[in-house]
Design a protein around this ligand. Sequence first.
Ligand code: UDP
Length: 330
Amino acid sequence: MNSKKYILVTGGAGYIGSHTCKALAQAGYIPVVYDNLVYGHEWAVKWGPFEKGDITERMRLDEVIAKYNPIAVMHFAAYAYVGESVENPGKYYRNNVYGSLVLLEAMRDHGVQKIIFSSTCATYGVPKEIPIAENHAQKPINPYGTSKLMIEQILKDFDTAHHIQSVSLRYFNAAGADVEGEIGEVHDPETHLIPLVLDVASGKRSHVTIFGDDYETKDGTCIRDYIHVTDLADAHVRALQYLENINQSTVFNLGNGNGFSVKEVVATVEKVTGAEVPLEIGAKRAGDPACLIGDARKIQTELQWKPKFSNLETIIQTAWNWHQNNHKKN
Ligand code: UDP
């Protein structure tokens, strides 16, 4: 028997995956990063072994699972661009849905019985109630959200049939960077609001385009619930500890319960950086609901999760520190 607690982390070289690897290592686990490096970065793998591979490659997964005998899987590997998913749904269903199936069948065949899954608030679609609780209807309005909802369903079926227990974590908008500056957000292409606004603040881009200013919100721009990536990472460790103790699948939202408009994010970046951020108003982006705010009381009550960096200024400050110190990577 293996006394070391290896955790297979698919997508562990990505933004949320790498921050979670740090949290896992701090909690005494060994994260084994399994990543195809399409969007991940080898420099972000710092807390355990790296195994290059794709979740759709069954033989490679077999090899890595047999090598480490992980006690659980954390499954971050996915494509996650909402706009792209509308234009190229096949890419999302093949990688996200089919890839997850390959992973789950490999887990089943090797007796790995626990998985923490990166789900999303995009599974809810246009909310009927704000804040959104876990029991809100799930009617995604883009293929990215649909692909994640399909995986949630597959997880339920794999629990019934094969007793693989899962925790699906439905993230709202992940933001910020490691407070110690070891890792941070680097996407290529970058489409996320906060890093794009920081690019403007640092002079790398000329302006930010706001995707629509005639939404039915307080200032006409979209409202999102931004959650610090380190708080997300901490929730993953708690979800793992939950599955180690309780053999029951569940779902949790992960948000701060506060909504900020695109214009408020820009204003906060201006405050934190002292730079002026020129704005242009552009067309709405396909697949964007006006307002997404999460109700995360369930994970607060059941797993005693409490966000440490819920203040938007703090979130943006950590992202700005990373942005300034990592020009090479940005
Ligand atoms: N957004 C924007 N301009 C940009 C990028 C994003 O106005 O250049 C808006 C987007 O419409 C959404 C919010 O900012 O309402 C957050 O978008 P992001 O892509 O960061 O995250 P998402 O909500 O898509 O997960």
